[in-house]
Design a protein around this ligand. Structure first.
Ligand code: NDP
Ligand code: MG
Length: 381
């Protein structure tokens, strides 16, 4: 029996992780769950999975949930203390980080220090604090198992290749709903248009990020940390069918990749049972119905959020944090109807120029950078 804790259990990745638990009841046991504010769902999950700890970020909601769960044996926490309690839950061997945003960094660090393996969905963690997380994981001898589908595909492609040099990582992107559109066309994009992803069903923020290609930018940075390659070795390839989830090209020219349906439960399952494979009770990929797979170069001029990510990663220090924080803020403003769609990458670019630079930032400095970026944006827009 493997014991797991989940940060963000009420979200898209969190619920799909619980579906994998349902499919593997005899082998997976949930011991701790955390969410932001959705206590209806969390109450339902607590009753179904009987974890010993649940956490809700919102203090009042946590108090309400505690009342509601008074008939079962469970500790209810709130705020950062709650996230840390879930991340370090004694019985857990693995933490699934399915929380959204930089709020996930501290609990992930705490879990690593407590010796838990990490099934990492929260990409903000490596983007902003990869220089802290990767050495820490090495020091504590814990595994960072990628859940992001592209990184899982790369990870699977490297299986058995230990020591063989990577020539290039081929990071595939669907291109999102606006692939092929001109800048003038993007100026008219509405929130509703941007929330329609052609292949994947995901949380709101990442769906917008996929449409701007900022998600791919974040994934370039995530790949750099996970697989210890240079930026020049990471090539984004647009593949609208989302069948090849990413690949590795080796020195001899061989390209090894992983294909599958666009179903996040496969990378989740792989991370939970690595290095073993288990049955996924889901629709299988049918190559006959796929028929054709196509590949194109990304349009980094129109979708310049992607080229800004390369700039941010190249600058290093706290610049990836500025990139990420500016995007988080801009996406929230777009969803609130405060800015237009094309202002999202503009806000990221201005923030990267205006917010202070810090080399090798500590966790405190990363969080200060986030705050300074938010303040800069608030003062200008
Ligand atoms: P969702 O928005 O669907 O879910 C986010 C989860 O985080 C919810 O459970 C939410 O709780 C919880 N949460 C938010 N803020 C807090 C907080 N302060 N304290 C505790 N819990 C909090 O996001 P996704 O599942 O789509 O994405 C999660 C992460 O995984 C992101 O980093 C994303 O980039 C990454 N990812 C997602 C993929 C996908 O297919 N969805 C693919 C690859 C990576 P509540 O419901 O109460 O608000
Ligand atoms: Mg992805």
């Amino acid at each position: 029996m493997k014991h797991i804790a989940i940060l963000g259990s009420t979200g898209s990745i969190g619920k799909q992780t619980l579906n994998i638990v349902d499919q593997n009841k005899d082998e997976l046991k949930v011991v701790a769950l955390a969410a932001g504010s959705n206590i209806n769902e969390l109450e339902h999950q607590a009753r179904k999975y009987r974890p010993s700890i649940v956490a809700v970020w919102d203090q009042e909601k946590a108090a309400d949930l505690k009342q509601r769960l008074s008939d079962i044996e469970v500790d209810v926490y709130s705020g950062m203390d709650g996230l840390l309690a879930v991340a370090t839950a004694e019985k857990a061997e693995m933490l699934v980080t399915a929380i959204v945003g930089m709020i996930g960094i501290r609990p992930t660090i705490a879990a690593i220090e407590a010796g838990k393996d990490i099934a990492l969905a929260n990409k903000e963690t490596l983007v902003t604090a990869g220089h802290i997380i990767m050495p820490l994981a090495k020091k504590h001898n814990v595994r960072i198992l990628p859940v992001d589908s592209e990184h899982s595909a790369i990870f699977q492609s490297l299986n058995g290749e230990r020591g063989n040099k990577i020539d290039k990582i081929i990071l595939t992107a669907s291109g999102g709903p606006f692939r092929g559109k001109t800048y003038e066309e993007l100026e008219k994009v509405t929130v509703e248009d941007a929330l329609k992803h052609p292949n994947w069903s995901m949380g709101k923020k990442i769906t917008i990020d996929s449409s701007t290609m900022v998600n791919k930018g974040l994934e370039v940075m995530e790949a750099k940390w996970l697989f210890d390659v240079s930026l020049g070795q990471i090539e984004v390839v647009v593949h609208p069918q989302s069948i090849l989830h990413s690949a590795v090209q080796f020195m001899d020219g061989a390209i090894i990749g992983q294909m599958g349906t666009p179903d996040m439960r496969l990378p989740i399952l792989y991370a939970l049972f690595y290095p073993e494979r288990r049955t996924l009770y889901a629709e299988e990929l049918d190559l006959f119905s796929v028929g054709t797979m196509t590949f194109e170069r990304p349009d980094m001029e129109t979708f310049f959020g992607l080229s800004l990510a390369y700039d941010a990663a190249d600058a290093g220090g706290n610049v990836p944090t500025i990139y990420n924080a500016a995007n988080e803020k801009a996406v929230a403003m777009f969803l609130d109807g405060r800015i237009s769609y094309v202002e999202i990458p503009e806000i990221i670019a201005s923030s990267m120029m205006e917010v202070f630079y810090k080399e090798n930032p500590t966790l405190e400095e990363i969080l200060e950078t986030e705050k300074a970026t938010y303040e800069f944006i608030e003062s200008r827009w």
